[in-house]
Design a protein. Structure first.
Length: 340
């Protein structure tokens, strides 16, 4: 009968590496706080001994799992990727692990994931946008699990947030479109019912139209899913209208790339025959031809600062607040004045 080997301990790693247990602990939890040489020595000992930290004991000691959950609407495109990468980097710098789930823009799935992450010991949660059942916020408060909203800014909400004003940002873009001389505009948007970011962006376009003396009621809007193919299909519908738009304003860059793709398929020149704009300024925006006029969102800054504030909330070092970041219009080749 084989005898089960005793698992290596922190002391075993320290002896193997010739350092203190405190140094081993710093290497494992805060690697940026030790030199590269010491880190490599310690990690070599960890690998040689096949050491794994006693996670359960750590949780019991500090009453925390050092795990943060993030629930994003989708993983199918790069809308959230850059911000989430910066969020994870900052968490890791402070010794936290990130768990990610996707709700597919469905409120019922998001609620299920929130409850699941809390039951698995998540110390805090990153949520996207403010639009959800108030019962979820009551649940988080009862469980004493702090949550932070990103990708949206609203100082009237109770939950702390680090984001940008979707309405104001899209209004600024729509004003540029109108200044170019466009009067026949149309919108491709995500479903607005459960997506406050999408609905606020459409409100921003209507605000710009009102200010310019245009009737927002005449603005054609197609609501669809966030994908290149969905953007292409929606664009096809808009351009089939008896009086097609001269500018199509899209709720994000993914939809806008789909619109440009379909314009080519229809033999249309962008921006000669029709202008197309996006929102987010993800990498696709500069790769597509012509480069996309869009709203630049400070994804990395938002991700880093969200992680920092959420850690502060978990560790009771701050009370949280609503911080607005600036999102600005980037004028590129996909927007031009309409042909006379």
């Amino acid at each position: 009968m084989s005898v089960k080997r005793k698992a290596p301990t922190l002391n075993d790693v320290a002896r193997q590496a010739g350092v203190s247990t405190a140094t081993v602990s710093r290497c494992l939890n805060f690697p940026d706080q030790v030199t590269a040489k010491t880190r490599e020595t310690v990690m070599s000992a960890v690998r040689k001994l096949a050491y794994s930290p006693n996670f359960g004991a750590r949780v019991m000691a500090v009453n925390r799992t050092n795990t943060i959950g993030a629930i994003i609407p989708t993983m199918e495109n790069a809308i959230f990727a850059r911000g989430l990468q910066a969020f994870q980097e900052e968490l890791r710098r402070h010794g936290y692990t990130l768990l990610v789930a996707s709700s597919s823009y469905r409120a019922d799935i998001e609620e299920e994931q929130i409850r699941s992450m809390v039951s698995r010991g998540a110390d805090g949660l990153l949520l996207i946008g403010h639009e959800r059942d108030p019962a979820i916020y009551r649940f988080l408060e009862t469980q004493d699990v702090p949550a932070l909203v990103a990708w949206s800014h609203d100082c009237t909400k109770s939950l702390p947030s680090i984001g940008f004003d979707n309405r104001k940002s899209m209004r600024a873009l729509a004003e540029k479109v109108i200044e170019m001389g466009h009067r026949r505009m149309a919108v491709i948007s995500a479903a607005m019912k459960t997506n406050d970011r999408a609905s606020l962006r459409v409100h921003g376009i209507r605000d710009a139209m009102n200010s310019a003396g245009l009737d927002p009621a005449e603005l054609p809007i197609i609501e669809t899913t966030y994908s290149i193919d969905a953007g292409a299909q929606a664009f096809d519908q808009l351009l089939a209208a008896p009086v097609p738009p001269t500018a199509v304003i899209c709720g994000n860059d993914v939809l806008a790339v789909g619109a440009i793709k379909q314009a080519r398929a229809l033999g249309l020149d962008v921006p000669g025959d029709v202008s197309v704009t996006g929102f987010d300024d993800i990498e696709l925006a500069t790769i597509v031809e012509p480069a996309l006029t869009t709203v630049h969102v400070p994804h990395r800054d938002m991700g880093t600062r969200s992680a920092s504030m959420l850690i502060g909330l978990v560790e009771k070092k701050c009370i949280g607040e609503a911080i607005e970041l600036e999102a600005d219009v980037r004028l590129r080749g996909s927007l031009a004045p309409p042909r006379a």
